[in-house]
Design a protein around this ligand. Sequence first.
Ligand code: HQG
Length: 181
Amino acid sequence: MKTNNKHISKFLSLILRHNPDKVGVQLDENGWTDVQELLQKVKRHRPELDMDVLEEVVASCDKQRFAFNEDHTRIRANQGHSIQVDLEYQPKQPPEFLYHGTVAKFMSAIREKGLLKMNRHHVHLSEERETAIKVGSRRGKPVILTVRSGEMYAKGIEFYQSDNKVWLTDIVAPEYIEFKS
Ligand code: HQG
């Protein structure tokens, strides 16, 4: 993504995941909103955001945070919501191990209660250690936890994968976390 579009991506994340009321748009139960209405209502806040810029942000966003419907009349965030939406992800078998990047100050709580979804809909896990390092680094020196996702799945715990390849689950109990990794 062009760096000058980064602020647009952040603003869209805010609207489409957390606070559609900020500009007065409504998300349907699956998180979709009308593109024309969005552009219209966002104009006051981000005048540079027109359809061309929106197309570019959706196509080039490094994490594929957003998706259009087929005819590009509707848009939604692929994951990361704090408001209630049903993204209709189907349960999927995860790889044997997944990674989670966090920071030391959360570790005593994680050892005690496991990984919790906090403000999001799910706990976010990644297939690549590198990704977990990046996620953890947003908060400081990253601590990378290995999750025994294969074992969880074998016990009947459900996993989903978002359109942008983030693995999602409800909670990771401490017994499935390798703390020395
Ligand atoms: C921690 C970004 C205390 C957890 C990233 C994390 C990712 C606990 C924080 C995506 C805990 C929640 C998700 C417990 C977990 N006690 N702290 N029991 N269990 N935590 O942002 O995974 O830019 O909601 O370790 O790149 O950091 O939004 O989750 O540090 O993909 O597209 O509580 O967000 O993507 O933080 O990040 P978050 P996350 P976007």
